[in-house]
Design a protein around this ligand. Structure first.
Ligand code: B16
Ligand code: MG
Length: 222
């Protein structure tokens, strides 16, 4: 039977889905931790995926057993960001993750609306450096939300800007907090990464080369 439905819309997380900036976050946070006298591991960095900047700093300081005042924390976050921005300023289109360009191009050609739903406050610089900015009909990032994932605000705002009902939206996420945010927004969700890390996602893929538009559209009938 033919279902008559409105077109889907796609909302992409940035870090870990379209590009891999985790290594730059890691280097900048590690330098900061080392300057405070303790180490910061790659395993700890994994736990910061999808977590906003100030919450990440709080977690790192707690791991290091260090207490800082609010103004000191602001200064530390600014210092980390300065170093991080220095690194992402040199990013190129080569750092776009496999399948991203192909899927975004196919979605655009099919007239499917595309939004960004990221926790990062540096999304515009990253999209510009990696030449992805022109694909997006709407951008919602850490500068435009008041609450962080797993709160659904970032994705609900994206649907609103796309003028699309939340039921038509498919979210692509690599972080558990992001999957939870998409589910809280009543949206369909494709996990990017390992299934055991992303419970709740309708389907989990290793990267965007592993999904087609037909498979994305079929999610609403699952
Ligand atoms: P910034 P996403 C998130 O981006 C990253 O996964 C997370 O590691 C980072 O702490 C957060 O952005 C904030 O980034 O310091 O640039 O504002 O995965 O939601 O696109
Ligand atoms: Mg992410």
């Amino acid at each position: 039977m033919q279902h008559t439905t409105e077109p889907i819309a796609c909302i992409f997380d940035l870090d870990g889905v379209l590009v891999d900036t985790a290594v730059y976050h890691y280097k900048a946070w590690k330098a900061l931790a080392n300057s405070l006298g303790f180490d910061f591991t790659e395993l700890q960095n994994e736990q910061l995926k999808g977590v906003n900047r100030m919450r990440s700093l709080d977690m790192i300081l707690q791991w290091g057993g260090v207490t800082q005042s609010a103004s000191e924390k602001e200064a530390l976050a600014a210092k980390k960001n300065e170093q991080y921005v220095g690194m992402i300023s040199k990013m190129t289109v080569q750092e776009v993750l496999p399948g991203s360009l192909e899927l975004l191009t196919a979605l655009k050609a099919a007239g499917i609306k595309i939004a960004l739903g990221s926790a990062s406050k540096n999304s515009s610089l990253i999209l510009e450096r990696t030449e992805l900015a022109h694909f997006f009909d709407a951008i919602v990032d850490g500068n435009s939300v008041t609450t962080s994932k797993p709160d659904p605000e970032v994705f609900l705002k994206a649907a609103e800007l796309l003028k699309t009902a939340k039921e038509n939206c498919v979210v692509f996420e690599d972080a558990l907090a992001g999957v939870q945010a998409a589910l809280a927004a009543d949206m369909m969700v494709v996990g990017v990464g390992r299934a055991e890390h992303l419970p709740g996602a309708q389907v989990v893929i290793n990267n965007l080369s592993e999904i087609t538009i037909n498979e994305i559209e079929a999610l609403r009938y699952q």
